[in-house]
Design a protein around this ligand. Structure first.
Ligand code: IPE
Ligand code: MG
Length: 231
């Protein structure tokens, strides 16, 4: 979700106004994705690097997150949205941690659709945490190093056993991955759109999904291997 600051700047508004509008988009896209058949939507809301932004912006973002979580809990319960997080949420402010725990707990029995917020998330930090947890498991005898494989190691990532993303969309015209789900997106399709996050609509999402369906995902194989009859 990129481009909140530029959206505000274009209108001569404070950056925070862009973030506020960005939250509106989060709300719209959460339900738009479900309507369009998405099973799991992960939103990169706050990275491990974002703490280095000016303190007033970080504080305001935390305030906005708290407001959002308080407001959405009832909606998630009513509309059966399972809520999860990835990232080092233990280092988020206590009030937010508390809300996250409640929201996860109250929605954990829903199975149809999952919204994941990446908070204090970074792929490299995730890899380090996974390595530590895995090594600890080897030391305690729970894992056997000789048996290590990707399916085993990936269970130690924050995403645990959830499916890899099929499609990654970045808004605002930037063509970077910025430490987002690097391992999990190994075979994902990428779409980079110039639309700024506050302007991103259900139609934009539908368009991205349509483009995704036209792509041939080969996973290292040849086109002929995938559809022999088409030759
Ligand atoms: C994304 O918008 C929101 C967060 C990272 C929290 P930005 O704040 O990065 O917006 P730009 O890149 O300055 O336009
Ligand atoms: Mg940005």
């Amino acid at each position: 979700m990129d481009g909140n600051g530029r959206w505000a700047k274009q209108r001569g508004l404070p950056r925070m106004e862009g973030h506020r509008r960005g939250v509106e988009t989060v709300r719209t896209i959460t339900f738009a994705a479900r309507d369009l058949g998405v099973k799991r939507l992960t939103l990169y809301a706050f990275s491990v690097e974002n703490w280095k932004r000016p303190q007033d912006e970080v504080g305001a973002l935390m305030g906005l997150l708290e407001f959002y979580l308080k407001k959405e809990l009832d909606t998630f319960v009513r509309d059966k949205v399972r809520f999860e997080t990835i990232g080092q949420t233990q280092d988020m402010p206590a009030s937010i941690r508390n809300l996250l725990e409640i929201t996860v707990e109250k929605t954990k029995h829903f199975t149809e659709y999952t919204l994941v917020l990446a908070l204090n998330y970074g792929s490299r930090t995730e890899m380090v945490d996974a390595t530590k947890a895995y090594t600890q498991a080897v030391i305690s005898g729970k894992e056997d190093l000789a048996q290590l494989s990707w399916p085993i190691l990936s269970k130690y990532l924050y995403t645990q056993s959830s499916a890899d993303p099929d499609l990654v969309i970045r808004t605002s015209g930037e063509t970077r991955i910025s430490n987002f789900l690097l391992m999990q997106a190994a075979y994902a399709e990428f779409i980079f759109t110039p639309v700024l996050w506050p302007d991103f609509t259900k139609a934009n999402l539908a368009e991205a999904i349509t483009e995704y369906t036209k792509r041939e995902r080969r996973f290292g194989l040849t086109s002929e291997q995938l559809s022999p009859k088409a030759q």
